[in-house]
Design a protein around this ligand. Structure first.
Ligand SMILES: Cc1ncc(COP(=O)(O)O)c(C=O)c1O
Length: 361
C-alpha cells in the first residue's frame, strides 16, 4: 500500500532526510560526536525561536513534557496563574497546572475567538505569578496575537508562558523581541520531526525568578538539565539517555528549518494555508476563525449541512488512505481539521487532498 496522505494537525510526514536518521544504527548519547551534534541543535533552537538570549532545553517527551517542565520549575503550589482559554489546549493547560496545585484563574472566550484582553486586564487587577496562553489553538485554527498579552501581563509583573506546540517552526514567533518569558513546543508539528522532543525556551527574567535549591524533583526540573549541560558539557550534556536516532532526526529537522530560512518557511506556511482555505471555502467549508486570527498551520473549518464530518473523516481514511481530524471538544461533530504544517505545506499535497475530498462529496 502506498504511504498514507497524513494531513492531521500533527504528527506530520517526515522529510526523507529526517526519516533517514531514524533508520541509521543507534549511537551513544555521549562522546565527542554527540556533544557536537547537541551544541549544533541548541544553536538551531536559538535560531528557530529567534531567541539567542534564552536558555534552551530539548526536553525528551511530548509537548506536554515541556509544559510540565516549566510548571515544575517555575510555579509553586498556590501560585495564582491566569490561563487564557479559547480552545481545547488552553483548557488542557489549565488541567495540567491544576495537577501541579496551581491556583488557576481561567480567562475564557468563545472557541474560535481570540483571547479576551479586557477580561485579562480585569483578572490581573489581582496579582498573578504568570499568564499562560496557547499561541496557535490547534482545536479551532485560531492564532492569538502575542504582543497584547505580553504587554498586559508585564504591566502587572506576571510572566508569560506560551504553548507554541503548533506554531514553532511555522508561524512568526520572535521569542526575545516579544519578551516572552517561557515557551514550549513539540517536535512532531511544524518541525516535521518524530514526536518525542519538547523544545523549551526560558528567558533570563523567568530563570532568575527562582532559586535552584527551592525546586523539587529531578527530571522535569530544568535546573537539572542546566547542571548537566554545564558540568557534563564535554561528554554527556543531558541528564539521561536520549535516543540517538530521535535526537539526530530532530537535529536534521532543525537544520532543514535553517536551510529554508525562517522568513521563507513562514511565507510557505502562509501561502499553502491560504491555498487550502480558499479551496475549502469555495466548497462550503469556511474557517471557524475570523480572518485576522486564522491559523496558517491548521485549517479548522465547518462543514456544509449535508455533510457528516465524522463520516467524511472515515471515508477519506478508508477509501483514499487520507488522514484528517474531526473537531475537538465543543467543536466535535461540527468541524474538520486539516494540517498545513512542515512537510504538509506543499501544493501537490494540498491538491491531492482536495482531489480525495471532491471524490467524497
Ligand atoms: C496547541 C497544542 N498544545 C499542546 C499539545 C499537546 O502536545 P503533545 O501531544 O505532544 O503533548 C498539542 C497537541 O496537538 C497542541 O496542538
Amino acid at each position: 500500500m502506498s504511504a498514507p496522505l497524513l494531513l492531521v494537525p500533527g504528527p506530520v510526514p517526515l522529510h526523507p532526510q529526517v526519516a533517514e536518521e531514524l533508520a541509521k544504527p543507534a549511537l551513544p548519547h555521549y562522546g565527542d560526536a554527540w556533544v557536537k551534534a547537541y551544541g549544533e541543535a541548541l544553536e538551531l533552537l536559538r535560531y528557530t525561536w529567534e531567541a539567542p538570549k534564552a536558555r534552551h532545553f530539548p526536553v525528551v517527551g511530548p509537548g506536554h513534557a515541556g509544559l510540565e517542565a516549566l510548571a515544575h520549575t517555575f510555579l509553586r503550589r498556590g501560585d495564582r496563574v491566569v490561563v487564557i482559554e479559547n480552545g481545547f489546549f488552553g483548557e488542557r493547560a489549565a488541567e495540567v497546572l491544576r495537577a501541579h496545585h496551581v491556583d488557576v484563574d481561567p480567562v475564557a472566550s468563545t472557541w474560535g475567538a481570540g483571547p479576551d484582553v479586557d477580561r485579562l486586564r480585569l483578572a490581573l487587577r489581582r496579582p498573578a505569578k504568570a499568564v499562560v496562553m496557547v499561541h496557535n489553538e490547534t482545536s479551532t485554527g485560531v492564532t492569538s496575537p502575542l504582543e497584547p498579552i505580553v504587554e498586559v501581563a508585564h504591566e502587572r509583573d506576571a510572566f508569560v508562558l506560551v504553548d507554541a506546540v503548533s506554531s514553532f517552526g511555522g508561524l512568526p514567533l520572535p521569542f526575545d523581541r516579544l519578551g516572552i518569558d517561557g515557551a514550549f513546543a513539540a517536535s512532531q508539528k511544524c518541525l516535521a520531526a518524530p514526536a518525542g522532543i519538547a523544545p523549551v525556551a526560558v528567558a533570563g527574567s523567568l530563570w532568575e525568578s527562582v532559586r535552584p535549591e527551592d525546586v523539587e524533583g529531578w527530571y522535569f526540573n530544568l535546573f537539572t538539565w542546566d547542571r548537566f549541560a554545564r558540568e557534563w558539557a564535554e561528554w554527556h550534556p543531558t541528564p539521561t539517555t536520549v535516543s540517538s536516532n530521535l535526537f539526530y532526526a530532530f537535529a536534521r529537522a532543525l537544520h532543514l528549518v535553517k536551510e529554508e530560512g525562517l522568513p521563507g518557511r513562514v511565507a510557505r506556511h502562509a501561502k499553502m494555508a491560504k491555498r487550502l482555505r480558499d479551496e475549502l471555502s469555495r466548497r462550503g467549508f469556511p474557517p471557524v476563525a475570523p480572518p485576522d486570527l486564522v491559523s496558517n498551520t491548521v485549517a479548522c473549518v465547518t462543514v456544509p449541512r449535508a455533510v457528516d464530518p465524522s463520516a467524511l473523516v472515515r471515508r477519506l481514511r478508508d477509501e483514499h488512505n487520507t488522514y484528517i481530524s474531526g473537531g475537538l471538544g465543543s467543536l466535535r461533530g461540527k468541524t474538520i481539521r486539516v494540517g498545513t504544517m512542515g512537510t504538509q505545506a506543499q501544493p501537490d499535497i494540498i491538491d491531492r487532498f482536495l482531489g480525495a475530498l471532491d471524490a467524497c462529496l
